[in-house]
Design a protein around this ligand. Sequence first.
Ligand SMILES: [Fe+2]
Length: 286
Amino acid sequence: MSDLDVTTLTDAVLARMSAQVTPRTRQLIGALVRHLHDFAREVELTEAEWFTAIDFLTRTGQNCTENRQEFILLSDILGLSSLVIALNHPVAAGSLASSVLGPFYLPDVPEVPLGGELASGVPGTPTRYTGQITDTAGQPLAGAVLDIWSSDGEGWYDVQKPGPLQTSARGRVRTGADGRYAFWSIKPADYPVPTDGPAGELLRAMDRDAMRPGHLHFIASAPGCASVTTQIFASDSPYLRSDAVFGVSESLVAVFEHHLPGVAPDGRRLEQAFCTVNFDIRLRPD
Ligand SMILES: [Fe+2]
């Protein structure tokens, strides 16, 4: 046998996979090993740097909890999440564009009645969101569901707050027979992604800004249509062009119209200034 060296090690690792390995698994692991080895050769990785990376990934895992997903955040700030979305969700004929899921999604949140309130008392400018959900042919989609979550008006998600979880600025609404939706929440604030963990260290190492433009997350779904995970962004944010997670696209920017205290379009009387947003959604066939 000949000793393995810098040039022969990669092929030796690839050759060790058995013939039983499925073609896709072989492709995925094979490419991972080749790129990983090429990376180490290209940068002439030192042992100290290798250990720094091991420690970084270890702590990334240790920072994950039921309510915090540091690996998704890491993927987001490296642009990998947006790249995977771009690869998997081509936008068809004006259909709703996708954006990153982010680390703060919770499944199984309660449904609120059409026109209902999601904010649950969090700070922020009351905002009425409306729009119509149609298919790409323009047919209204009755019974389409928006699964919504956002930060509050100070930039904090419910899951980031100390103490037992009390969900807020979160919920589902279902469209009526005309495909229209409406709900109240708040205008989400610009906020920094969490920088107190390894993802934050990496941002500092790259001398990068952690800010995201204010946005409302939702997953739009309807029978017969492809579900879309996305966000709408406030057009007045100064961070639209420097989003820390590369999630903004032009079609997802919405105008939040500001109103003085008074009566909202649905008859609700407000003692404080409020916003209204209209955002129509087109879903492509499944
Ligand atoms: Fe977010």
